[in-house]
Ligand binder design. Structure first.
Ligand SMILES: NC(=O)c1ccc[n+]([C@@H]2O[C@H](COP(=O)([O-])OP(=O)(O)OC[C@H]3O[C@@H](n4cnc5c(N)ncnc54)[C@H](OP(=O)(O)O)[C@@H]3O)[C@@H](O)[C@H]2O)c1
Length: 331
């Protein structure tokens, strides 16, 4: 197969606003050992891309400086030492960066064949959010059938995924969001009760709805003023998993709440993990999540697509927080 020497990309010209995302041309990358070259059809947009553009979330050492942590497309070249994948395979993959491009390098163990009935646009919206939800809500948070679960940011890409997976698992789901329309969207996705955090107190709502029992697992992307309230509404032996700090990284908490209720506070980020650690999450996805996607019990919620060259518009939309679900770039 012959490849063009150069490819269309969107790069970060300088740390700053959405206007710093600029269409450009770059040499085609070549796959190394254990890697494949993917012709990208669609690339998911994630809030960490916005933080990277602002200069607040640098890519890990050795990763592409281009934004983009998830893609779907077709394998067009295999590097040495790749097994289980073939030219022409349609895959979706988690990347450490480099997704805002017509071609991208993916680690072979992180390439997941498209689930049945899932389009390229939907597939591009899966790796970053689903793997983050899997490893945090289920692996760290131990979410299981019958648990009460609280998802903050219920209509974010992460939130829409977490609500669906927790509900599919048989959990009772509560979710917070910032408008009545978003609250209704949380409930359509499987939340028993969406909570408008601008007009309602999630601690009081959940206490009443659970007869005082509280929450077994909380997935929190807000932190700040939410931290102590997460502890207050936690059930005995509850787990609170923090994945971001949109509301601030510092909080004052009452440790007696942690001791008396035997709580676990934890958190993690996916991006700095090794390929082997991410591959373990990808394996768990193939076993546990792919069957749900194949029968439609979970499905990425696509809010809007933009052509790659309009990535700055996609970031403006994400920063407006008016979206429900995922924003995807198409190439
Ligand atoms: N730890 C990890 O490995 C990992 C991986 C991926 C993403 N993340 C994090 O998870 C979060 C969600 O990512 P995403 O791509 O799903 O984002 P997203 O779709 O842009 O959603 C973020 C949502 O959070 C809500 N929100 C609540 N408090 C907010 C605040 N103080 N400022 C801004 N938004 C606030 C907003 O909805 P409302 O209108 O309801 O407020 C907003 O729509 C991000 O913070 C991201 O950095 C973590």
């Amino acid at each position: 197969m012959t490849f063009p020497k150069e490819m269309q990309v969107v790069e970060i010209a300088a740390p700053g606003g959405p206007e710093q995302l600029r269409p450009s041309m770059r040499p085609l990358p070549r796959p190394g050992a254990g890697e494949v070259l993917v012709r990208v059809v669609a690339a998911g947009v994630n809030r960490p891309d916005v933080m990277q553009r602002q200069g607040r979330y640098p890519p890990p050492a050795g990763a592409s400086d281009l934004p983009g942590m998830e893609i779907a497309g077709e394998i067009v070249e295999l590097g040495p030492d790749v097994s289980g994948l073939a030219l022409g395979d349609q895959i979706t993959s988690l990347l450490p960066g480099g997704g805002y491009a017509a071609y991208a390098i993916a680690a072979a163990p992180l390439c997941m064949h498209l689930p049945a009935g899932i389009s390229m646009v939907e597939a591009a919206a899966i790796p970053e959010t689903y793997m983050t939800v899997w490893t945090n809500l289920f692996e760290r948070g131990g979410c299981k059938a019958g648990d009460t679960v609280l998802i903050h940011g219920g209509t974010s890409g992460i939130g829409t995924t977490a609500i669906q997976l927790a509900a599919a698992w048989g959990a009772r789901v509560f979710a917070t969001a910032g408008t009545p329309e978003k609250v209704r969207a949380c409930e359509r996705l499987g939340a028993e009760r969406g909570i408008d955090y601008r007009t309602e107190d999630f601690v009081a709502v959940i206490r009443a709805a659970t007869g005082g029992y509280g929450i077994d697992v909380t997935l929190d992307m807000v932190a700040g003023s939410y931290v102590q309230r997460n502890l207050e509404i936690a059930a005995l032996e509850g787990r609170v998993v923090t994945i971001s700090m949109l509301g601030g990284s510092r909080a004052e908490i009452n440790m007696s709440t942690v001791l008396l209720k035997r709580l676990t506070l934890t958190g993690s980020t996916l991006r700095p993990r090794t390929v082997a650690q991410k591959a373990a999450v990808a394996d768990a996805m193939r076993r546990n999540v792919w069957p749900l996607l194949a029968v439609g019990r979970a499905r990425p919620v696509i809010y809007r697509t933009f052509p790659l060259a309009q990535a700055s518009e996609a970031h403006r939309l994400m920063e407006s927080s008016s979206h429900i679900g995922k924003i995807v770039l198409t190439i």
